[in-house]
Design a protein around this ligand. Structure first.
Ligand code: ZN
Length: 125
């Protein structure tokens, strides 16, 4: 849900100056007049009666960004990634298993459940 944040700074002898920013949500800021009321949208922030509608360009916009918890979502689950061994004489296949994590066919993975081939696939995404 979008939130309107207000920044106020007083200029000596003048009216308090306000700047606005929209945080979250996916709708860029816009302003709206509803009868005699003025709003900053999204977020339904009501401006003071004597306040002018701010310019849209002056309203900050920080849209909601879904946080990626891991980058494995970018992996095509049907794809087999081929990674060369460190000696360069062998090719190992890295593939997503049914539980959604990567598996490698090299002996190191068999022991440690992780290996540099998997690291190479995830870091290349
Ligand atoms: Zn491996």
């Amino acid at each position: 849900m979008a939130k309107v944040l207000i920044n106020e700074f007083a200029v000596a002898g003048k009216k308090v100056k306000r700047t606005y920013a929209i945080y979250g949500g996916l709708v860029p800021p816009y302003t709206m007049t509803f009868g005699s009321d003025k709003y900053i949208m999204p977020g339904w922030y009501k401006l003071d009666k004597d306040e002018d509608l701010p310019n849209i360009e002056d309203i900050g916009y920080y849209p909601y960004k879904p946080k990626k918890d891991n980058n494995l979502k970018d992996i095509d689950s049907n794809k087999v990634y081929k990674v060369m061994s460190s000696k360069g004489d062998k090719e190992y296949q890295v593939q997503m298993n049914t539980s959604g994590s990567l598996e490698c066919e090299c002996p190191g993975y068999g022991f440690r459940r992780r290996c540099r081939h998997i690291d190479q696939v995830t870091s290349s995404l």
